[in-house]
Design a protein around this ligand. Structure first.
Ligand code: UDP
Length: 354
C-alpha cells in the first residue's frame, strides 16, 4: 500500500507515521514544512520525505507526479490553533480552504481515495446552548455526523473562521464525490490529546496553544491556570493512540470506510475546562509527590481578554461515535486520567523536570 501523507510531521501525522512504519506493507511519501518530530524516520526504507510547502509552484508539480503512484492520499495539514482563529482569520481561511482545495481537485482528477482530517469544530455550538435547555434534550447536543445541524455565530465573531473554512472544505470534498465520484473519508477529531500535541508556552514557544499546553505551561512556569469564561465549556478528550487505532482501521477497511464521515472521540472522557485544570493539578501533585500543587492557582478570565475580540466558544462536544464503532470494530479505551498522566509525564521527561 502506497500512501501520500500530507502533514506527516504534525501531531496526528507523526503518530500515524510511527504506527504505519511498524508494519512492512506500507510505503509512505510524506510531506511537511519541517521534520522535527519525525527526523528519526528519515533513514527508514519505506519512508520518502519531502520538506516543502506542497502548494508552492515547484512542489505542486512534483506532487502531481507523485500522486499517480499512490493508492491513497491522507491530508492532515492544517492551521488549527484557536488563538489564531479571531486574530489571523485570513491565514486560517486561506490555509484551511483556499490552499488545500487544490489537493482535493488533484485527488478527484487522479481518482485517488482522500482521507481528510477535518474537525469537530465544524459542529459549532450546540442547539442546546441556543435553546437554553440545559442539555435536557439529547437530540439538541449529541453530535451525529449526518444529522446534526452545523451552528456557527455571526461573522463578526471570527472564532468561526476555522470552523467555516473546514466546513466548506468538507462540502467541497462531498461535491467532488457527488459530481466526479471522488472517494473520500472524513475524520472529525474530538480533542485528541497526547505527547507532542502542542508547544508549551514559555518553554517551547510563545503565544497561546490549546488548553492542555496552556495549563501545562502555567503549572511549569508557576503561573495561574486561566479558565476562559469560567471554564464551563466541556470537551471529550481522546487519546491520540485510540485515534490512531481508528485511522489505521479506516485505511485497512476501504470496503466500509469509503465515502463516510466519522466522529472519532471518547464519550467516557467528558470534562469541563475547570475539571481539566483540577485534574492536571492533581497529576502534578502525584508525580512530584507534592500536595502543594493541589493549591496551584486557577483563575477565571474573560475570553475578550484571553483571546481578544471575536472569540466565541463551542459549549460542548459530545459525539455519537456509533458509526466508527460499528464500521471499524473500534472503541476508544484510554481514560482521561491515563491520557493526562501519559502526556504530562512525556513533557516533564522531555524537559528533564522529572
Ligand atoms: N481554554 C481555557 N484556558 C486556556 C486555554 C483554553 O479555559 O488556557 C478553554 C477554551 O476557551 C475552550 C477550551 O479550553 O473552552 C478548549 O480550548 P482549546 O484551545 O484546547 O481548543 P478547542 O477545543 O476549543 O478547539
Amino acid at each position: 500500500m502506497i500512501i501520500l501523507l500530507l502533514g506527516c510531521s504534525g501531531f496526528i501525522g507523526s503518530h500515524l507515521l510511527t504506527r504505519l512504519l511498524k508494519k512492512d506493507n506500507y510505503r509512505i511519501f510524506g510531506w511537511d514544512l519541517e521534520s522535527k518530530k519525525i527526523d528519526h524516520f528519515l533513514p527508514s526504507k519505506n519512508f520518502y520525505f519531502t520538506q516543502a510547502d506542497v502548494l508552492a509552484k515547484d512542489s505542486f508539480e512534483s506532487l502531481k507526479k507523485q500522486i499517480t503512484d499512490v493508492d491513497m492520499v491522507i491530508n492532515l495539514a492544517a492551521i488549527c490553533n484557536p488563538a489564531m482563529y479571531n486574530t489571523r482569520p485570513l491565514d486560517v481561511i486561506k490555509s484551511n480552504f483556499l490552499d488545500v482545495h487544490q489537493i482535493v481537485d488533484l485527488c478527484a482528477t487522479h481518482g485517488k481515495w482522500l482521507i481528510h482530517a477535518s474537525t469537530s469544530e465544524i459542529y459549532g455550538r450546540t442547539l442546546s446552548s441556543y435553546y437554553n435547555d440545559n442539555y435536557a434534550d439529547k437530540s439538541l447536543y449529541i453530535l451525529k455526523e449526518d444529522q446534526t445541524p452545523l451552528v456557527m455565530g455571526p461573522i463578526r465573531n471570527q472564532r468561526w473562521s476555522y470552523a467555516c473554512a473546514k466546513q466548506l472544505l468538507e462540502r467541497y470534498i462531498y461535491a467532488h464525490h457527488y459530481e466526479n465520484s471522488l472517494d473520500f473519508t472524513i475524520i472529525r477529531p474530538l480533542n485528541f490529546f497526547g505527547p507532542e500535541m502542542d508547544y508549551i508556552p514559555g518553554i517551547e514557544g510563545d503565544g497561546t496553544p490549546r488548553v492542555l499546553a496552556c495549563f501545562l505551561g502555567a503549572l511549569l512556569n508557576n503561573e495561574p491556570m486561566y479558565l476562559v469564561d469560567g471554564g464551563r465549556a466541556r470537551r471529550t478528550i481522546t487519546s491520540i493512540h485510540d485515534a490512531i487505532d481508528a485511522i489505521e482501521k479506516i485505511i485497512e477497511r476501504p470496503g466500509v470506510s469509503k465515502n463516510k464521515i466519522y466522529n472519532i472521540g471518547n464519550v467516557n472522557n467528558e470534562v469541563s475546562m475547570k475539571e481539566l485544570a483540577e485534574k492536571m493539578r492533581s497529576i502534578f501533585a502525584k508525580l512530584y509527590d507534592n500536595a502543594d500543587y493541589l493549591n496551584h492557582p486557577i483563575e477565571e478570565m474573560d475570553s475578550k481578554i484571553f483571546y481578544g475580540e471575536g472569540y466565541e466558544d463551542c459549549d460542548r462536544r459530545m459525539p455519537d461515535i456509533s458509526l466508527a464503532m460499528n464500521d471499524l470494530d473500534w472503541s476508544p479505551k484510554i481514560l482521561i486520567n491515563d491520557i493526562l498522566e501519559e502526556t504530562i509525564r512525556y513533557y516533564l521527561k522531555k524537559h528533564n523536570k522529572l
